[in-house]
Write a protein that binds this ligand. Structure first.
Ligand code: ATP
Ligand code: TZE
Ligand code: MG
Length: 284
C-alpha cells in the first residue's frame, strides 16, 4: 500500500458506501501502522497481537503502572480489556485511560464478563465513567453495563443473549455515556445513541475461538485510532473486515483451531475486491 496520502481523518465522500469506507479504513491502518497499546487478559494476548499485526497495526502489550505515563502518550490508541482482571491491575488500567484522555488518544473498552461478578462490574462501570471512545461487548456484557447489576444467568465470558436483545440497551448506554457502543454477535450493532449501524459479516464458528471478541476490539481500536472523528464508521469497518477475514478463512478451515490461523492469514492477505464484494454493513 502507498505511503503517501496519509491524512489525519478520512473524507467520507459517500458515507453510505460502507464497503468502500471499510476498505479506506483498512488501507489507512496499513499506511499509518498505528501503535496500539493493549492492556488485555492473558488468554487473548497472542491472538490479539497477531490480529493487529496481520492488519498492519503495531501492537504493544504493555500494562505496568510504572510505564504508562511514559508509554501511553506514544500510542495512537489504547485497548483496555478486563478479561483476567485482578485488583493489582486496576490502577494501571485506570491510569492508562486517564493518560489516553489527557493526550486525546482514543481508547476502547472490552468489558469482558461484566455481569459475572460485582468486582468486575464495578471496575467496568468506573472505566465507562472515564469515557472510552468505544465500548465493545457481547450482548450479555452490554446488558449488564446498562442494567448496572450482576447477572444471575451469566455464563462468564460467553453471551447468553442474542445481539439483537441488547440494541436498545446499547442505544441508552451510548446516550448516557457519550461513548459509541458496539454489541457483537451474529449481527453486530454499533450506535452513538442516535444512529444504529449493523454489520452482518462473520461465521458462527468465531464463538468457538477464545478471544475472537477481544481481538476484534483491538482491531476496532486500530481503526478508530486512524479515524477518530468517525468512531461509528471505523468500528463498523473493523467488525466487517474481521468478519470477512473469518468468512474467507472458513473456506479452508477444518475447525476452530485451523480457522484461528486461517483468519490471521486472510486478514493479512485481504484485497480490495474481496472487501468490496463481501462487506455487509447497513443502518437501521
Ligand atoms: N453467530 C455468529 N455469526 C457470525 N459472526 C459471529 C457470530 N457470533 C459472533 N460473531 C463474531 O465473532 C466476533 C466475536 O464476537 P463475540 O460476540 O463472540 O465476542 P465475545 O463473546 O466477546 O468473544 P470472546 O469473549 O471470546 O473474546 C465478532 O466479530 C462477531 O461479529
Ligand atoms: C476465556 C477467558 N477467560 C477470561 S478472559 C477470556 C478470553 C475470552 O474473553
Ligand atoms: Mg469478550
Amino acid at each position: 500500500m502507498e505511503e503517501d496520502n496519509i491524512t489525519n481523518t478520512i473524507e467520507l465522500q459517500d458515507p453510505l458506501d460502507y464497503p468502500k469506507q471499510a476498505w479506506t479504513h483498512f488501507q489507512l491502518v496499513h499506511q499509518k501502522s498505528p501503535l496500539i497499546q493493549c492492556i488485555t487478559n492473558f488468554v487473548s494476548m497472542d491472538f490479539m497481537a497477531n490480529t493487529l499485526l496481520s492488519a498492519g497495526a503495531s501492537p504493544a502489550m504493555i500494562h505496568s503502572v510504572d510505564e504508562i505515563p511514559e508509554f501511553t502518550p506514544k500510542a495512537l490508541g489504547v485497548c483496555i480489556n478486563v478479561g483476567t482482571l485482578t485488583p493489582d491491575w486496576l490502577p494501571g488500567i485506570k491510569l492508562a485511560a486517564q493518560v489516553a484522555n489527557q493526550f486525546k488518544k482514543p481508547w476502547v473498552l472490552d468489558p469482558v464478563a461484566a455481569g459475572g461478578s460485582s468486582f468486575r462490574l464495578k471496575a467496568c462501570l468506573e472505566l465507562l465513567g472515564l469515557k472510552p471512545s468505544v465500548v465493545r461487548g457481547n450482548a450479555s456484557e452490554i446488558l449488564a453495563l446498562f442494567k448496572g447489576c450482576v447477572d444471575s444467568t451469566s455464563k462468564g465470558v460467553d453471551s447468553v443473549h442474542g445481539s439483537s436483545d441488547a440494541v436498545e440497551a446499547a442505544k441508552s448506554l451510548a446516550q448516557q455515556t457519550g461513548c459509541v457502543v458496539a454489541v457483537s454477535g451474529a449481527i453486530d450493532y454499533i450506535t452513538d445513541g442516535d444512529r444504529v449501524v449493523y454489520v452482518y459479516n462473520g461465521v458462527p464458528m468465531l464463538q468457538k475461538i477464545t478471544a475472537s471478541g477481544c481481538s476484534v476490539t483491538a482491531l476496532i481500536t486500530a481503526f478508530v485510532a486512524v479515524d477518530p472523528s468517525h468512531a461509528v464508521e471505523a468500528t463498523a469497518s473493523a467488525l466487517a473486515i474481521f468478519g470477512v477475514a473469518s468468512e474467507t478463512g472458513m473456506d479452508m478451515a477444518r475447525g476452530p483451531g485451523s480457522l484461528r490461523t486461517l483468519l490471521i492469514d486472510s486478514l493479512y492477505g485481504l484485497d480490495e475486491a474481496t472487501v468490496l464484494g463481501r462487506v455487509r454493513i447497513n443502518h437501521l
